[in-house]
Design a protein around this ligand. Structure first.
Ligand code: TAP
Length: 473
């Protein structure tokens, strides 16, 4: 019958999901009539901030995204998001309030309990997520440009890593939608064993996601893709300083066919929006990436409010140990990549390098030689190696981190200064002679600061103990 209708209605496009979603004949006929009139899609109205930059026109939504619509914040407030390359304003952005959180959570709850997402066949859900990944890929240059403007990521890296890995993450999890299975478990040890129980995995409901500013779209992808694949709905708060790629993502999600209310994006402050999310009684789970102190606070609020589930990805201080029998060129290359990748704003950065004494001086010399070759500049320039730090407060924190290092007696070998040009650029920095009790040895900088400690030749047990003795509390 479907094929007959398609033929009689002049090639009207009908998808499998249109048929499955219309569970009675009456619904089906209504859907066919609406489609033939072109009324089936609600028009998405977007008031873009538009920029002509990087040889393209970049169109950026800047309002909150609630229940499938871009809308102003409840109280009409906005703030400016800043380009760290020159300190200019990229766009105003809606500054969400607690009332916006409540609206977004209500929309996500309704979408979960009454909307199409909850009823949809898992394979159709996967198809929508594949479509979303394809749309992200189609818009990868625009997304990477937005990421460069808003977070200072070097464009070539943004294209491959920030955006490329986000696309791959959605594609990967799209494939999971129809493979989320429970187990069949024997419950009686006696023979013959004919008693079984089974588990069936169900989505939780409304999930909240709170993310940091270092890889804005990738952090969104890592947390959201699995959440959506499992059939949940979500309310996401991007970092206040990097909201633009998340809002562009919302636009693409509508184009991909995600039903209204399934994704809601709330730019605004952690203290207001993030805190309300962790306290909200209708949220069943919160996923957070960010600093350890805020993670602790969130875990507490999640417990006190409604014992919601919580997952935290927090700070770190990973060691990298370089022994004297290494290939020194390779060690220098890897050591520098581990510290200076994405201007050091990297949760898997090497927080501390231990270098065996007999190669220490040569290692140091080669690192400094290589730093001098790095091109610092506009992240949209394809030859740039090192862009600006993400935002001014972060640059100030990094400079203060270096001051503490000098005061405590670590040897400053290179950098520790702001680059004398507009924007928030910091020289790639190297400290050595860092002792275990020092601030630099214990605290994560989250910036382009190499922290080196020597160890005596052959003292393997000693260096392993030192490398493991960090306590991120
Ligand atoms: P945070 O200050 O913890 O901010 C992360 C997010 O939490 C932001 O969206 C922030 O909002 C929000 N937030 C702040 N206070 C909150 C509250 N009371 N309740 C709920 N949300 C709140 O971290 P950061 O300084 O942006 O990011 C750097 C840190 O993140 C580093 O320590 C780094 O180690 C860690 N990090 C870890 C990873 C992984 S994978 N483990 C990845 C990236 C970063 P605002 O935008 O208003 O500040």
């Amino acid at each position: 019958m479907v094929e007959e209708i398609k033929q009689k209605c002049n090639g009207l496009e009908l998808q499998n999901e249109d048929v499955y979603m219309a569970t009675t004949f009456g619904d089906f006929i209504q859907m066919v009539v609406k489609k033939s009139r072109g009324e089936d899609e609600e028009e998405l109205v977007i008031d873009y901030a538009t920029l002509h930059v990087n040889n393209m026109t970049v169109k950026m939504p800047y309002q909150c995204f609630i229940n499938g619509q871009f809308v102003d914040a409840d109280n009409g407030k906005t703030y400016n998001t800043i380009n760290p390359t020159d300190g200019s304003v990229i766009s105003k952005v809606s500054y969400c309030s607690v009332a916006d959180v409540d609206k977004a959570v209500a929309a996500a709850k309704d979408a979960f309990e009454n909307g199409e997402w909850g009823k949809m066949n898992a394979r159709d859900r996967g198809r929508i997520l594949y479509r979303l990944a394809d749309l992200m890929e189609e818009h990868q240059e625009e997304l990477a440009t937005i990421e460069s403007l808003d977070s200072g990521a070097v464009y070539t890296l943004a294209l491959k890593t920030h955006i490329g890995m986000s696309v791959q993450t959605f594609r990967y999890f799209a494939g999971w939608c129809d493979k989320i299975q429970g187990s069949t478990i024997p419950i009686n040890q006696a023979r013959p064993n004919r008693n079984l129980t089974f588990t069936k995995k169900e989505p939780l409901g409304v999930c909240a996601i709170v993310i940091p500013w270092n890889y804005p779209l990738m952090m969104l992808a890592w947390k959201s893709a699995a959440c959506l694949a499992a059939g949940n709905t979500l309310v996401l708060k991007p970092a206040q300083v990097t909201p633009l790629s998340a809002l562009k993502f919302a636009e693409l999600a509508v184009k991909a066919g995600l039903p209204k209310g399934v994704i809601n994006i709330l730019p605004g402050s952690g203290g207001l929006v993030g805190q309300r999310l962790s306290e909200h009684p209708d949220i069943r789970k919160l996923g957070f990436t960010g600093s350890t102190p805020i993670g602790k606070q969130i875990m507490k609020s999640c417990a006190v409010s409604n014992l919601k589930k919580v997952s935290l990805e927090l700070g770190g201080k990973s060691p990298l140990i370089i022994f004297n029998d290494c290939d020194l060129d390779k060690a220098v290359r890897m050591g520098m990549g581990a510290v200076y990748f994405n201007k050091g704003e990297n949760c898997i950065a090497a927080g501390r390098l231990f270098v065996e004494e007999s190669i220490h001086d040569e290692f140091l010399k080669r690192v400094v030689d290589e730093i001098k070759k790095m091109k610092i500049g506009d992240p949209l320039d394809r030859s740039t190696d090192h862009g600006p730090q993400n935002h001014k407060a972060h640059l100030d924190k990094l400079l203060e981190y270096c001051e503490i290092g000098v005061k405590e007696g670590a040897t400053l070998v290179y950098g520790a200064k702001q680059v004398p040009r507009p924007g928030y650029f910091m020289e790639p920095t190297v400290f050595t002679d860092v002792e275990d009790h020092m601030y630099l040895a214990k605290e994560e900088s989250f910036g382009p600061i190499m922290v080196i400690s020597k160890f005596k030749d052959g003292e393997i047990d000693g260096v392993l103990q030192r490398a493991n003795s960090t306590n991120m509390d």
